[in-house]
Design a protein around this ligand. Sequence first.
Ligand SMILES: Nc1ncnc2c1ncn2[C@@H]1O[C@H](COP(=O)(O)OP(=O)(O)OP(=O)(O)O)[C@@H](O)[C@H]1O
Length: 299
Amino acid sequence: MTLEVKNLVKNYGETTVLHGISLTANSGKAFGLLGGNGAGKTTTIRSILGLVDYDAGDVHWNGIPILANRPSIGYLPEERGLYPKEKVSEQLVYFARLEGMDRVSAIKAMRDWLKRLGIEEHEHKRVEQLSKGNQQKVQIISSLIHDPELVILDEPFSGLDPVNSEMLASVVKEQLSKGKTMIFSSHQMGHVEQFCEEICILKKGRMMVSGNLMDIKKSYGRRNLVLRSENDLNPHLAAFGFNQGESQNAHEWQLTLEHEEQGNELLQRLASQGIDLLKFEIKEPTLHEIFIEKVGDVS
Ligand SMILES: Nc1ncnc2c1ncn2[C@@H]1O[C@H](COP(=O)(O)OP(=O)(O)OP(=O)(O)O)[C@@H](O)[C@H]1O
């Protein structure tokens, strides 16, 4: 079960909004499609779904053009699409039936999902009577109820509190363990790091970074140093060439190293001066830091 997007180009009039986007998403894996506002994530997703006519490139499912070999798809769009006046139950069964489920299976799946997400008491309410977070859960159910092979989730965590985010995280992991192929678009890097082995960061329709997340991080080197000490490290750090403005608070300092060895040199120097350290940790950059470096701060 592989989704392969090759050199996708999309123009709106004179403006090119996708400049050759390529990605491969495999069964049981989530592919993280990242980028700031207007980067081209939704246009890429809509091209995969066949909702946008792209100007060049290919979208293949298991090696065959996706329009000729269409998998069942579960799509959670960024702009949510529920009917506010309709009952939760009617709407979910309707979506499931559209995807080819028979009525009995659709009702069973709808009840199982409502229970799974802890909103079974809302089955007979109109969507507009639900809180925003619970509406979001109904929308998530509508994209998964028919057990699709390809799952495309655009900002699935928006509007969910921490408890419900955890619940959705377990649903996402369960979907992946069932072998689903998943495209996951989000601004929330923590979630992307939790689920996605492969990522691509877009900026103005161009791929700034793409590949295996761990390889990408390794390529940046382990350059974040965190120190904790009850001593005042500022004079020692300044003597070593770090400016004092980098201290975080009275007892913890976060520094950016020029190279990994610089951390060990600093450690030896502090030890030779009798400075006790409560913490010395050299870390790879977070995805958030890589994102900011490539795209700029969008939070
Ligand atoms: N129908 C359209 N006509 C003209 N330009 C469009 C159209 N749809 C999208 N665009 C442009 O394409 C570019 C990419 O938009 P897209 O919605 O794919 O970005 P995005 O990464 O999903 O952004 P966001 O995170 O804000 O949703 C933007 O410059 C946008 O203005």
